[in-house]
Design a binder for this molecule. Structure first.
Ligand SMILES: Cc1ncc(COP(=O)(O)O)c(C=O)c1O
Length: 369
């Protein structure tokens, strides 16, 4: 059998950047400065510049970013936060960590992002914020979400965990709401070698609050103004990310090229293909297709050595953790249909046309078999 094609190939990426990353890590080891310091502040400045945001604050993970962004906006017990039911669990988990309650809305079936026409029905006097998720690397409809939030006095907290360098109307995700949250989980478009995250904002007060909360509520070495967390970004991870950031533009171009090639290869195969809205620059963190025979197709691909995966098989409103919230099958039909039908195909900057042709051939074989 020919060589397996993984969903994500971090070893292929490392082979390209090995020297820069190793030198960056060595620099941190030689300096023995592992917590905060110039590695973290340099990367924060570089990332803020890259995104086009005024402020960037390095944190321990994407989940920590969401938790602190919510706290910085003053979201807490008794408050409700509207988000999508079709996302990674951390989006809603962070709302609960802040002491608030997630309220879900369904998705658009074409982009899998929050259906903005459902926001009004989810609004209550307790609603304080909206968390749109830029799922799979495509921006949510931020203009409409921003307008709704302004009308109702709500914060907009972007979950940009999957959307580094994605754009909406020419502006990067991370600058489209009041505050934004990125993940540097290793498989993300910009990933570190462990856990890491970033909060970005154009609001210096929100950023200052996140800065304090990530580090024990500290205002001076042993002076603490409030309860905080140990949510700092490691200097080692910051150094890795700083070495990787100059490659991100080229990686996104390669991802978009590979996405276009899949779309070409699969044009005549009966699977649903990703839809990129005209307002958006999709960065294809995941290339997601859909099929009514999804489970059998995934099994077929795995047998062929192809690392297809499912993001996500169970929408949040059906998760065991929300059993007592009164949601059930049928509550959010578009998300439930997506959860039953989506599959993610191998995609990374280094994927070769030959590998993509093998993936497409296996899907074609399944469809005609
Ligand atoms: C949409 C979304 N939100 C939040 C997170 C949480 O990020 P992390 O794993 O860095 O905590 C992730 C990724 O894992 C994600 O994909």
């Amino acid at each position: 059998m020919s060589e397996a094609i993984p969903l994500v190939d971090l070893r292929a990426q490392y082979a390209v950047i090995r020297e820069e990353v190793t030198a960056a890590m060595q620099r941190v080891l030689d300096s023995a400065g592992f917590i905060m310091g110039p590695e973290v502040s340099n990367f924060e400045a570089a990332f803020a510049r890259y995104i086009g945001a005024r402020e960037a604050v390095g944190v321990a993970s994407g989940t920590a970013a969401l938790h602190l962004a919510l706290l910085a906006c003053g979201v807490g017990p008794g408050d409700e936060v509207i988000t999508t039911t079709f996302t990674f669990y951390a989006t809603a988990e962070a709302i609960a960590q802040a002491g608030a309650t997630p309220v879900f809305v369904d998705i658009r079936p074409d982009t899998y992002n929050m259906d903005v026409t459902q926001l009004a029905a989810a609004l209550t006097p307790r609603t304080r914020a909206i968390i749109p998720v830029h799922l799979y690397g495509q921006a949510a409809e931020m203009a409409a979400i921003g307008e709704f939030a302004r009308q109702h006095g709500l914060w907009v907290i972007e979950d940009a965990a999957q959307a580094h360098a994605a754009e909406h109307r020419g502006q990067r995700c991370g600058t489209l709401g009041d505050i934004a949250c990125f993940s540097f989980f290793p498989s993300k478009n910009l990933g570190c070698y462990g856990d890491g995250g970033m909060v970005t904002s154009n609001n210096p007060e929100l950023a200052a609050r996140v800065r304090r909360l990530r580090d024990h509520g500290r205002i001076a070495k042993y002076e603490h103004a409030e309860m905080g967390w140990a949510y700092r970004l490691d200097a080692l991870q910051a150094a890795v990310l700083d070495a990787k950031l100059p490659h991100l533009d080229a990686w996104i171009v390669a991802r978009r090229r590979a996405a276009r090639y899949y779309t070409e290869l699969l044009a005549d195969v009966p699977v649903g293909l990703p839809v990129e809205l005209p307002d958006n620059r999709h960065v294809y963190h995941l290339y997601v297709v859909r099929s009514q025979a999804r489970d059998a197709l995934v099994e077929h691909l795995h047998r062929a050595g192809i690392g297809a995966s499912i993001h996500y098989p169970l929408p949040l409103h059906l998760q065991p953790v929300y059993r007592d919230r009164g949601w059930g099958p049928g509550s959010f039909p578009a998300a439930e249909a997506a959860a039953a039908e989506v599959l993610s195909l191998p995609l990374y900057a280094e994927i070769t046309p030959a590998q993509q042709e093998r993936v497409a051939a296996a899907i074609r074989q399944f469809s005609s078999g």
